[in-house]
Design a protein around this ligand. Structure first.
Ligand SMILES: Cc1cc2nc3c(=O)[nH]c(=O)nc-3n(C[C@H](O)[C@H](O)[C@H](O)COP(=O)(O)O)c2cc1C
Length: 326
């Protein structure tokens, strides 16, 4: 018994998988900046920002030991944290690279202490270096806030390796759901490997379950209720796609979510590699589902906004593995 407490279970943690698990925690996005003794501005994109204390006013940021600017931050007198807003994905992308001209392509001005403040952000905090704490493959840099400014604007978010915004998506979904004739649908996955689809008995045509096929009123809750009547457990998560049918002027809003349990009549969980896309008549639905399957495999999602012919996918530029820290 005495030795048992010393026995550690073999919890071999796969760092890639752990990073994916950490990535489920949604954060904002910042650019942390500083300046070298010779006046060269340095900075990188970071989502590890945390407010720590009000009195004294402290914040922290974690810097990977492989960051080229690590020593400049550890040795420098201070730094600034710039909180990015909706629409600043480009600048976030640039500062997540090691390109030498980051500060030539971004608009910025020096703060009181000389550290660069990125223009057009939602907030910035100018800090002096308070403490540097060793922590595994990162260092934790704690700063004391000496000056700050902010504006209440929609933030830029980051989750599961992709950027997201709240305001635009919410307003589009709200606008669409106020329109008569709006169809709400749900792309529901089970174990990330099968999708619930309506299969027409005679033709074998496939459709995504919706308020139209379920004869439910046009709300996500009504669709979930209707699908779960027979014992299916349904969870609708984020909007996946919003588009307008140019002919009927109807909006279709598709949510993504999960389902498990007893499948209602007419519906079937189909393994993603067995989905016959030719059996999906509606072009927009086919496109959405193809994109969904691709993204399910990659483990990341974007919202699609547009009409049934053209649209924009609001994701999330592809980033190299090396550029993504957490
Ligand atoms: C959304 C996002 C968040 C990131 N957060 C951090 C972070 O908190 N800490 C970190 O060290 N790197 C983070 N990175 C990675 C750095 O931005 C990246 O490694 C950058 O190249 C470092 O710059 P440097 O090597 O020129 O110093 C993040 C990248 C992205 C895209």
């Amino acid at each position: 018994m005495a030795n048992e407490s010393n026995i550690q279970p073999n919890t071999a943690i796969d760092p890639r998988d752990l990073r994916n698990a950490f990535g489920t925690f949604a954060t904002g996005v910042t650019i942390v900046t500083t300046v070298e003794a010779n006046g060269t501005p340095r900075g990188f994109t970071a989502n590890s920002f945390t407010s720590v204390s009000l009195d004294p006013p402290l914040v922290l940021i974690c810097i990977g030991k492989s960051a080229a600017s690590l020593s400049v931050f550890c040795d420098g007198a201070g730094f600034a944290v710039n909180i990015l807003g909706e629409g600043q994905e480009d600048v976030a992308g640039i500062f997540a690279t090691q390109r030498a001209d980051k500060f030539d392509v971004a608009d910025w001005h020096p703060g009181k202490s000389g550290v660069p403040l990125i223009d057009g952000t939602n907030a910035w905090f100018e800090c002096s270096r308070e403490q540097v704490v060793e922590a595994g493959d990162h260092i934790v840099l704690i700063g004391r806030v000496n000056d700050y400014a902010y504006e209440q604007r929609a933030p830029l978010g980051y989750v599961n390796g992709g950027y997201f915004t709240l305001e635009l998506e919410r307003s589009l979904v709200e606008a669409a759901s106020r329109t008569a004739g709006t169809i709400i649908g749900a792309v529901l996955a089970q174990n990330d490997s099968e999708i619930l689809l309506h299969v027409d008995k005679e033709s074998g045509k496939l459709t995504v379950p919706s308020t139209e096929t379920c004869s439910a009123s046009a709300s996500p809750a009504a669709l979930a209720d209707s699908l779960s009547e027979g014992g299916l457990e349904v969870s609708l998560d984020f909007p996946l796609s919003v588009y307008e049918d140019k002919k009927t002027k109807n909006y279709s809003i598709y949510y993504r979510g999960t389902a498990t349990g007893k499948v209602p009549e007419g519906l079937r969980f189909i393994p993603i590699e067995e989905i016959d896309f030719d059996k999906i008549e509606d072009g927009a639905m086919r496109f959405m589902l193809r994109r969904y399957v691709k993204e399910l495999r990659q483990g990341r999602f974007a919202i699609y906004l547009g009409d049934e012919y053209a649209g924009e996918t609001r994701q999330v530029e592809e980033k190299s593995e090396a550029a993504i820290d957490v």
